[in-house]
Design a protein around this ligand. Structure first.
Ligand code: 5GP
Length: 107
């Protein structure tokens, strides 16, 4: 059965899309810990991020970097935090979390 994130990519479940290319998809987290909290996923369904082949993982990080740079351009923040949790959804993803003054995580 498709993961919930694959169903989002397929348009079966609505989301706020942030960016997309042939291989990757970025969308706002439904339960954000900070304004602009975004998830970056590969369209290829893989549970654990470190099971991705190195070239694909590298391109995913480059895609995430481009999304983070775009976030920095529109959200005043110290930086965009990067996290890999993978506790809930069995589809590899990176959390991009703008660290703002309003956020509990500002330092
Ligand atoms: P993790 O697997 O990294 O622990 O957490 C998964 C993340 O996916 C959580 O931050 C959760 O809010 C987000 N999430 C789970 N289901 C959905 C969904 O249907 N739509 C969106 N936009 N985010 C989701």
């Amino acid at each position: 059965m498709a993961t919930i994130f694959s169903r989002i990519v397929a348009g079966e479940i609505p989301c706020h899309k942030v960016a997309e290319d042939e291989e990757f998809f970025a969308f706002l987290d439904i339960n954000p810990v900070a304004k602009g909290h975004t998830l970056v996923i590969p369209k290829q369904e893989t549970d654990y991020i470190f099971d991705l082949e190195d070239p694909l993982l590298g391109r995913m990080m480059a895609f995430a970097k481009r999304v983070a740079r775009a976030q920095e351009a529109v959200i005043p923040c110290k930086r965009v935090g990067v996290a890999v949790m993978g506790l809930e959804v069995p589809h590899a993803h990176i959390h991009l979390i703008p660290i703002t003054k309003e956020s509990d995580m500002y330092f």
